[in-house]
Structure formats: structure tokens, C-alpha cells
Design a protein. Structure first.
Length: 204
């Protein structure tokens, strides 16, 4: 009987000790620091964490094309223009006062577009430009009518340009005296563009 009592007491002590160990394990588990390892299948970010969320770099915008008509010319057109030596013959039909702003602006625009100008006595000119001007009056309005012929050195006409430009009266004057320099300069700008377009389309 005494042995049975001792055995029962031993079993109770063992059970109590097991209970204490289990409670200690639970407490240690609850207070232990959480693992920083990523979950299975997850990948930890690499590199500097400050840049991990940085948006991807935006590619730079394409460079703008250079300004000017020369940027769109084909090599053949550029070569044709480069070989040109343009001689501007005296203008027919307009006064000296009106022709001055015209020829000055036309010469400037031609050079800006890569066209070489030849002097009046230059025997190496490849093209000769001749202009014919007149006025058309309709009531208070005046219109400048112009025709340009381009010749080769042998006198063969290669191309013709014609057009007209309204001329608001300058200082209340009539006829060519009422045509402003700005009107003649506008004609020069248009003429230079048309010459360039034609030269750019020629071959040989």
C-alpha cells in the first residue's frame, strides 16, 4: 500500500514538471523575436532599400530635327543646289526704289538656303534669273504681279515662277510709290522658296 502511494506521488510530480516545461516553452515562443526571413516563395528586395521603390528611368526624348528646309533635302537635291551659281538679272517693270528691297532680300534668302550668287559679269553662272513686274489696280487696292524666268547660260528657259502680292498703299501714294518695302520683301521670300523647291527637284 505504501509502495502504491509513493508511485502515485512520483507520477503526480512528473506530470507537474511536464506541465511547467510546457508552459515555459509556450512563454518562450510567445516572447521570442519574429523571424525576418521571407516566407517560402517570396524574394527579399536587393540593393539599396531607399531606391527599391524608385520608378524606372524615363528614356530621353528624341533629339529635335534641325530647323530649316535643308534638313529635309535628299543628298541629290543638296548636291544640285550646291552646284548652282545663280545670277540675278536687272528687274524689268519696277522702279529702282521698289527693286532695292526686293533684290537685297532675295539675295539674302538665297544665300541662307545654300544658293551661291554669281555677279553680273560672272561667266561661271549656272542659272540666270530674270524678273518682270507690273501693277494691277482695282479701286483703292494695288496688286504686284510678277514673273520670274530661270535660264541656263545658253539662254534656254528652264523654269518659270509667277505670282502676285497685294500691296497696301504706303503713305497714300499711288503706283509704285505706294508699294511698301515689306510687300517686295514678301515677294522675295516666296520667290526664294520656290527657286529652292525647283532646284531641289532637278537632277544631273
Amino acid at each position: 500500500m505504501r509502495r502504491l502511494h509513493v508511485t502515485a506521488m512520483s507520477l503526480l510530480a512528473t506530470a507537474a514538471l511536464a506541465a511547467c516545461n510546457s508552459a515555459s516553452d509556450v512563454l518562450q515562443t510567445a516572447t521570442a523575436p519574429q523571424s525576418t526571413q521571407p516566407a517560402s516563395g517570396a524574394t527579399a528586395p536587393s540593393g539599396n532599400p531607399a531606391t527599391a521603390s524608385t520608378a524606372p528611368a524615363v528614356p530621353p526624348a528624341p533629339a529635335a530635327k534641325p530647323n530649316g528646309a535643308a534638313a529635309t533635302l535628299s543628298p541629290q537635291a543638296a548636291a544640285a543646289i550646291g552646284r548652282t551659281r545663280l545670277q540675278i538679272a536687272p528687274i524689268v517693270g519696277a522702279t529702282v526704289e521698289a527693286v532695292g528691297p526686293l533684290t537685297e532680300r532675295l539675295s539674302m534668302r538665297a544665300r541662307q538656303r545654300g544658293i551661291t550668287l554669281a555677279g553680273s559679269t560672272d561667266s561661271n553662272a549656272t542659272h540666270v534669273l530674270k524678273g518682270y513686274f507690273s501693277l494691277l489696280s482695282e479701286g483703292p487696292d494695288t496688286t504686284v504681279v510678277y514673273v520670274w524666268d530661270i535660264y541656263d547660260p545658253s539662254g534656254n528657259r528652264l523654269h518659270r515662277i509667277n505670282g502676285q502680292q497685294k500691296a497696301p498703299a504706303a503713305n497714300g501714294a499711288q503706283g509704285w510709290g505706294g508699294v511698301s518695302p515689306q510687300t517686295m520683301q514678301a515677294i522675295a521670300d516666296t520667290t526664294a522658296d520656290q527657286i529652292l523647291a525647283w532646284l531641289g527637284g532637278t537632277t544631273g
